[in-house]
Write a protein that binds this ligand. Sequence first.
Ligand code: IVH
Length: 667
Amino acid sequence: MDLQTAELRINDLRSLLNQYGYEYYVLDMPTVPDAEYDRLMKELLELETTFPELITSDSPSVRVGGKILDVFEKVEHRTPMLSLGNAFNEQDLKDFDRRVRQAVGDNVSYVCELKIDGLAVSLRYENGLFIQGATRGDGTIGEDITANLKTIKSIPLRLRENATLEVRGEAYMPKKSFEALNKAKEERGEELAANPRNAAAGSLRQLDPKIAASRNLDVFLYGIGGGTINAASHSEGLDYLDQLGFKTNKERRKCPTINEVIEYVNSWGDKRPHLPYEIDGIVIKVDSYEHQSKLGTTAKSPRWAIAYKFPAEEVVTTLLDIELSVGRTGVVTPTAILIPVKVAGTTVQRASLHNEDLIREKDIKIGDQVVVKKAGDIIPEVVNVLAEQRTGNERDFQMPTHCPECESELVRLEGEVALRCINPKCPAQIREGLIHFVSRDAMNIEGLGEKVISQLFAEKLISDVADIYKLTHDQLIALERMGEKSVTNLLKAIEASKGNSLEKLLFGLGIRHVGAKAAKTLAQSFDTMEKLAHAKKDDLLAINEIGDKMADSIVAFFDQEEAEELLRELASVGVNMEYKGAKPVSAEESNSIFAGKTVVLTGKLEQLSRNEAKEKIEALGGNVSGSVSKKTHLVIAGEDAGSKLAKAEELGIEVWDEEKLLIELNK
Ligand code: IVH
């Protein structure tokens, strides 16, 4: 084929693919079978391979994902991408309505939209051509994810008119794509994505656009971020976006009064689970652009819009029993055993009841019908009991007076609600201590989880942490569900853990009040186990973050003969007793923005674990603390941040979102 014929055919193919794609992905009304679309796409890709000079940036072939990037470039938003204030109940909505009317008068009207649970994106078009797509970032500066966004088939590469404008919307992962992704991850033995929002954000942050292309993401556009458009109101603006070929959400509704808004909001409570994508609320916007500009914005959010957030999903199930478990420190915790139910996406069958007081307060009986939710959408919790549904067969729960494992008498320490077993030889405490020792923040021995430790302990193959290093191939292979390969890997992991830096061992020893952070401080300050073991209380108190209670506990720990013996044994099997990490950078030494700052992390972070964020901030001379006070310099608020964020705002402390954190960490 010659160039000219190829060009003609390529043009035909592109316009067919654009039309079919629009019908399928935007209008949701396919007119040709999938196979036909695929066949045309294949032909186009082949022609473009033969005639690369005919490739254009708006060719539908870019949907399959182009070349891998090195980094995401930064993009400064021409108009900031704001966020929304929240409403949690009818009263909040009525208050919003009152504020709006005060500012613009009574002839106000609203548009309600679904609040799609994905991530905000901004798309720039020049003369109808898609030229740049970006994440929200900190609202002012985001990242250029054009190549990834081009793989979303409902994002037009060319508009139906030659408009120049910036549109804003939400990219998301449909429930079906999310299920498929997790199924594939499961088959590959990878860690599952927690929810569609994280999965969508993760997909769009991949430097290889082929990954985004494989994830079947989608988008809804919900607003205009710049450019002149022919519309006098938000609802007309959305109609105009439809006309340009964008995908908008069709569930939007004009509501002339706040009562209609409330009705709309309430109507979604039941319908929400049936949607093919996740929503986390309803967005209410003042319709008229004139009213919007009269209302204006605060630094963070427009006064003309508000997000109604749905309450956490609650379900009813039966509380079958209350089990007791003895923790590493001897605390006896009651746990509700439930008939398994699905709550907010996962099956729940246990929920901690924390302590006896809470069981009394909530009047929980065995056999009760209980309401269950996931606190912060993660941790299962019994909200309340449906006392009116009792049959008379329910039983009161009695907290035992003696340890369920070792039968020694339980005590309630002064000022504590918990009951404790204080027998240091209690097998439950020892077993839990062993589980703690191998856990991720401690010695991090992969393959040695709760189940294996429990088996080894029950078979008396290990009775203290030093025994872990004496395990043999023959002992391990005899365990249930242990193959040759697992044994080899496990022995390797045990061996590797001997080289861990001191803080991991220190934390793993489970000294009362010494958490992972204190362990690090101690390791950095004393360098070796030997020096720490000989430290006097005053030496410990001289360290900034070590208080009285912790100092006492450390001295008491090293005073025990058993501790001395254990450390000797650990050293003799080759466990490292020295600090290997970097020395802390003094605030003056570090010229990072974090130097000398006290930072608080709150809410869910998507790209980093809390621990990773903490380590990085500390490496740059920052200090990460758990609570917000006047001394806090900076709060990093992830998704769904709660009281800490509120407190920071009250105190006027600087607040960053995760993207801003990432930008600063990577500077
Ligand atoms: S309007 C100027 N409409 O919710 C405010 N936001 O904080 C622009 N979201 O991350 C937001 N669905 O991406 C608006 N129909 C919708 C939305 C929506 C989801 C997201 C938005 C932002 C958050 C609001």
